[in-house]
Ligand binder design. Structure first.
Ligand code: HEM
Length: 402
C-alpha cells in the first residue's frame, strides 16, 4: 500500500487538504483498516458513489438508526422516492418564500440584536450554532421557550454521528436523546394532527401520496434528522462563508459593494470548505472504481472535501475565489453536477434551498450590522472536525451600533 497520511492522524486534523491531495494522487482507492472502509477522493469517483444506485445507504442502518430511528436517508428505490416526495414540497422555493422567509429573517435579526451593541462577538457560539436550529423550531411551530432543549439534543446527535472512536458515553447520550426527543415530540405530533395549522409539522402530518402518509414515529425521526442535517451543516456554512471572506478582504469588499455576489460567496465556500467532509455508502454488488474493486457490502467513504479540491475538476482548487468561472452559483441547488457539498443524485440535500436562503439572509444582515467587521486580534482562520468541519470559533470585532 502507498505511504499516505492517516485520516485519523493529527496531521490530517491540522491540514486535511494536504492529505486529500496525497490520496487523490497516490491512493485514489485506499483501504482503511481501523475504519473498515475504502476511501475514494477523486471528483469523478466521489460523484459516482453518490449517483450510481449500486452504492446503497445500507450503512446508515447502523450509523443513523440508533439516534434518529428510520429516516429517508436509510431508504432506497421507490420507497425512498415516495417518502422523500412527502417532505420535499415544504422546502421548495415558493413555499420557502411565502411561509418561512419571515421566520429566517426574524431569527437572524434577533441573534444579531443581542450583540450588535457590544462591538465584539464569537459568531459561532453567539450566532451560527443557534440560527438554523431556531429556524427549524419556528418552521415546525414548536415552542420557542424550548430552544435550550433543542440545542442540547442537537449537540448530542452531532456528537453521536461524529463518534468515530466509538466512545460509549457519547453513544449512550445519543440513544438517550432519541428517547427524550420521542417523549417530547410524539404527544405534540398527536395534538397537531387534531389541530392542523400552517406550520411545517402540520404539513408533515397531512402529507399523503397514493395512500402513504407519515406515522408519528416517521415525523419524529424526520425532526431528528432536520436537527442534524439542517443545523450542524448550516451552522458551519454561515461561519465559514464569513471566515473565508474576512480572510480575503478584496473579495469581502466586492461582496459588500454588490450583494448579488452573495450566492457566489456561498457556492465557493461550499466547494472550498464544505460543512460535510465525508459520506459513506455500501455497494450492493462488487464494483470497479478508482482502479480497483470494492466488494459487495464493504463500506466506501466518499471524501467530499477532497473531490471539491480536485485539480482535475477545478482550476487552482486550493484558492478561495468567488469569481472562478468553473463553479456555478446556481447548479448547487439542483441535482446537477458541480461541487459535491450537497451530494448528488437521489439523496441530494432536500434542504439545499433552505440552507442557501438562511446563509444569504444571515450574511446580508451580518454585513449590514457590522460595516467594519474584522477578525479579533490574535485570531487566525481555522477549522475543526473530521466528518463535519468548520470554524470552532470566530471571534470578530466591529464598531458597535449606536
Ligand atoms: C441530505 C449537506 C442543509 C436536510 C444531505 C446530504 C448532504 C447534505 C451531503 C446527502 C447525505 C447523503 O447522501 O448521505 C448539507 C449541507 C447543508 C445542508 C452542506 C448546509 C449548507 C440542510 C438543511 C436541511 C437539510 C437546512 C433541512 C432543514 C437534508 C435532508 C437530507 C439531506 C432531509 C436527506 C435527503 C435524502 O435522503 O433524500 N444534506 N445539507 N440539509 N439534507 Fe442537507
Amino acid at each position: 500500500a502507498p505511504e499516505v497520511p492517516d485520516i485519523l492522524s493529527p496531521e490530517f486534523a491540522a491540514d486535511p487538504y494536504a492529505v486529500y491531495s496525497a490520496y487523490r494522487a497516490e491512493a485514489p482507492l485506499l483501504w482503511h483498516e481501523p475504519m473498515q472502509s475504502y476511501i475514494v477522493s477523486r471528483y469523478e469517483d466521489v460523484a459516482r458513489v453518490f449517483k450510481d444506485p449500486v452504492f446503497t445507504t445500507a450503512n446508515y442502518d447502523w450509523q443513523l438508526e440508533p439516534v434518529h430511528g428510520r429516516t429517508i436517508l436509510q431508504l432506497s428505490g421507490r420507497e425512498h422516492a415516495v417518502r422523500r416526495a412527502l417532505v420535499a414540497p415544504a422546502f421548495r422555493g415558493s413555499e420557502l418564500e411565502s411561509r418561512f422567509l419571515p421566520v429566517i429573517e426574524r431569527n437572524s435579526a434577533e441573534l444579531i440584536d443581542a450583540f450588535r451593541k457590544d462591538g465584539r462577538v464569537d459568531l459561532v457560539s453567539q450566532y451560527s450554532t443557534h440560527f438554523p436550529i431556531r429556524v427549524i423550531v419556528d418552521m415546525l411551530g414548536l415552542d420557542r421557550a424550548d430552544h435550550a432543549r433543542f440545542q442540547k439534543w442537537y449537540t448530542s446527535i452531532i456528537a453521536f454521528l461524529g463518534n468515530l472512536t466509538q466512545d460509549p458515553e457519547v453513544a449512550a447520550a445519543g440513544e438517550r436523546t432519541r428517547v427524550e426527543l420521542a417523549e417530547y415530540m410524539i404527544p405534540i405530533i398527536r395534538e397537531r394532527r387534531a389541530n392542523l395549522g400552517d406550520d411545517l409539522l402540520s404539513t408533515l402530518c397531512a402529507a399523503e401520496i397514493d395512500g402513504t402518509a407519515m406515522s408519528d414515529e416517521d415525523i419524529k425521526s424526520f425532526v431528528s434528522l432536520l436537527l442534524a442535517a439542517g443545523g450542524e451543516t448550516t451552522d458551519k456554512a454561515i461561519s465559514a462563508v464569513l471566515m473565508n471572506l474576512l480572510a480575503h478582504p478584496d473579495q469581502l469588499a466586492a461582496v459588500r459593494a454588490d450583494r448579488t455576489l452573495v450566492p457566489r460567496a456561498f457556492a465557493e465556500t461550499l466547494r472550498f470548505t464544505p460543512p460535510v467532509h465525508m459520506i459513506m455508502r455500501q455497494p450492493a454488488e462488487d464494483v470497479e472504481i478508482a482502479g480497483g474493486t470494492v466488494e459487495a457490502g464493504r463500506t466506501v467513504t466518499a471524501l467530499i472535501g477532497a473531490a471539491n479540491r480536485d485539480p482535475g475538476r477545478y482550476a487552482h482548487p486550493d484558492s478561495f475565489d468567488i469569481f472562478r468561472d468553473d463553479l456555478s452559483a446556481d447548479t448547487a441547488f439542483s441535482a446537477a453536477a458541480d461541487h459535491l457539498a450537497f451530494a448528488l443524485g437521489r439523496h441530494f440535500c432536500v434542504g439545499a434551498l433552505l440552507a442557501k436562503t438562511e446563509v444569504e439572509v444571515g450574511l446580508n444582515q451580518l454585513l449590514d450590522a457590522m460595516p467594519d467587521v474584522r477578525f479579533a486580534d490574535g485570531y487566525t482562520p481555522a477549522e475543526q472536525g473530521l466528518f463535519t468541519r468548520g470554524p470552532a470559533e470566530l471571534p470578530l470585532v466591529f464598531t458597535p451600533a449606536a
